[in-house]
Ligand binder design. Sequence first.
Ligand code: MG
Length: 258
Amino acid sequence: MVTIKSWEEIEIMREAGRIVAEVFVAIEPFLRPGVSTAKIDSIAEEVIRDYGAEPSFLGVPGPVPYPAATCISIDDEVVHGIPNVNRLLQEGQIVSVDVGAKIHGLHGDAARTWPIGETASELLDLIRTAEDCFWVGLEQARVGNRIGDISAAVQKLAEAKGYGVIRTLCGHGIGHELHESPNVPNYGKAGYGPRLEVGMTLALEPMITLGGYAVRQKSDGWTIVTADGKAAAHYENSFAITADEPIVFTVLKNEQSL
Ligand code: MG
């Protein structure tokens, strides 16, 4: 069931989203060669807790309860990479960091992908396109439109550039639960799917690849990688549908683009 949030709930989600955005500011200087993914995760968790929030991902049920505050996914890892003290970032990689924070019972969820040091231009374009896909999708996030309008806009841009669009993972409603209805796929048909209403709160998260869209799960039970081993980029924000422009929770004011 899709839940509609009150303005009080949306105000709290803005707060949760701001905390997630502050995590990105805090970790950015550490996204360089030689830093472990566990170090990035510990900085993120510290920021979340300093704001009086809790990491949304820690303890999420799975084959093993999720053991960290963030998911850090490198190169062909699409999502759900587990931070590790022995995993050191290397020059030329691309690294996505997915962060969730819960405060006063409501969640914020967002992801960014960064290049590590000098990185191939095709990877930089992949990262940029994942972000652009979010913003063209968001342009469709208007009352009266449907989820499929968002999905189709994301897919169109990614495929126009020749990138694969992951099918089996998608965006989602968000609020009191990290994952709520409806699903927000990154592919689909305009004019189809649930209608967007004022007070719906969603996470849109384009995941695109340099190759195909098939994925597989690694033996750790969490990490999802591309089946063809090609690099993937991920960009996500949480936002609310309003009578006017959507409110994006997980960006700081001066960061919003398009
Ligand atoms: Mg999400």
